[in-house]
Write a protein that binds this ligand. Structure first.
Ligand code: IPM
Ligand code: MG
Length: 350
């Protein structure tokens, strides 16, 4: 029996996670679920966004299904207790350095893309984002300059081990797909990126079958809208991956469609699965959110943490079929509620 921790969190997190759980339950697998408090919801009850009981549950679980964290009412809180610290803390505590963000154009959604349909149709890529380093976790400070100006800094830093392990995930992923890897950096300006590029080139020697391209992040942002079909696997650092994956989501129709897996290894004995969208407070509690990203995250959970490839494909095919059959939430130009979209996926489960 596998234990799945459900950390639904804030905003639309609980609504979309509920649908993902319904789909998992419908598969009739030997799973047990345990809920944990996280984010702003946890802060309200325990004065901490990532209480020890939740961290304990996360350690005990075979996999974590995560919703979203973020609450505008808490914008004024000190950073260490803001809801976002929950997800950053989980990534760090569990060593989830490898974030896999597939972005594929599902047939039928071409018209929802921010791009022209003939450009959008070709999108089938995976963004491999480093998740526990970079400017996210470097030293930070607020202070004053010697002339009394307010000043802040966030340190961008990587060591070679941190770079090498994520780059290997990128190569492994590329080797299993179309053998094309784009490493995204800003090596014309940043020292961290120069080290990144050096290490990518060293590791490339072990993967002669993979065609490697280096690309600056500004160019990558441009190519992502100009010719996204040219990308297969992108490997990049934490901050660049955060930005490029939001951009990729609009290319495939909606940020409500993109799932992600955060793993502590290429094979991922421990994994956290979450939609890449946030808590979307503006539509929370209205039944408007698209649950597909959460449902597809559940598919990634089955594949990466439970090695249940058949069930993962069943879920992915059901989402594809529901979309092909015309099921659309508001973000996709339709009128289905979150629960109705969940129903459409359930009905398409074979
Ligand atoms: C993401 C989110 C998070 C991030 C936030 C909520 C801290 O944007 O998972 O992409 O920046 O990593
Ligand atoms: Mg993001």
């Amino acid at each position: 029996m596998a234990l799945i921790a459900i950390l639904a969190g804030d905003g639309i997190g609980p609504e979309v996670t509920h649908e993902a759980r319904r789909v998992l339950e419908a598969l009739g697998l030997d799973l047990t679920f345990e809920d944990g408090l996280v984010g702003g919801a946890a802060y309200r009850k325990t004065s901490h966004p990532l209480p020890p009981e939740t961290l304990d549950l996360a350690h005990r679980a075979d996999a974590i299904l995560f919703g979203a964290v973020g609450d505008p009412d808490m914008d004024g809180l000190e950073r260490s207790v803001r809801p976002e610290q929950a997800i950053l803390g989980l990534r760090k505590e569990l060593g989830l350095f490898a974030n896999i963000r597939p972005a594929t154009m599902l047939p039928g959604l071409e018209d929802s893309s921010a791009l022209r349909p003939e450009i959008a149709r070709a999108i089938d890529m995976v963004i491999v984002r480093e998740l526990t380093g970079d400017v996210y976790f470097g030293e930070k400070s607020r202070g004053f300059t010697h002339t009394g100006l307010r000043e802040a800094h966030d340190m961008m830093r990587y060591d070679e081990v941190e770079i090498a392990r994520i780059v290997r995930v990128g190569f492994e992923m590329a080797a299993r797909r179309s053998r094309k890897l784009t490493s995204v950096d800003k090596a014309n300006v940043l020292e961290t990126s120069q080290l990144w590029r050096e290490i990518v080139n060293e590791i490339a020697r072990d993967y002669a079958e993979v065609k490697l391209t280096h690309m600056y992040v500004d160019n990558a942002a441009m190519q992502l809208v100009r010719n996204p079909g040219a990308f297969d696997v992108i490997v990049t650092s934490n901050l660049f991956g955060d930005i490029l994956s939001d951009q990729a989501s609009m290319c495939v129709g909606s940020i409500g469609m993109l799932p992600s897996a955060s793993l502590n290894d290429w094979q991922g004995s421990c994994g956290l699965y979450e939609p890449i969208h946030g808590s979307a407070p503006d539509i929370a509690g209205q039944g408007k959110a698209n649950p597909c990203a959460a449902i597809l995250s559940a598919a990634l959970l089955l594949r990466h943490s439970l090695s249940d490839y058949a069930s993962a494909e069943r879920i992915e095919n059901a989402v594809k079929a529901a979309i092909a059959g015309g099921a659309r939430t508001v973000d996709l130009g339709g009128a289905l509620t979150t629960a109705q979209m969940g129903d459409a996926v359930l009905a398409a489960l074979k």
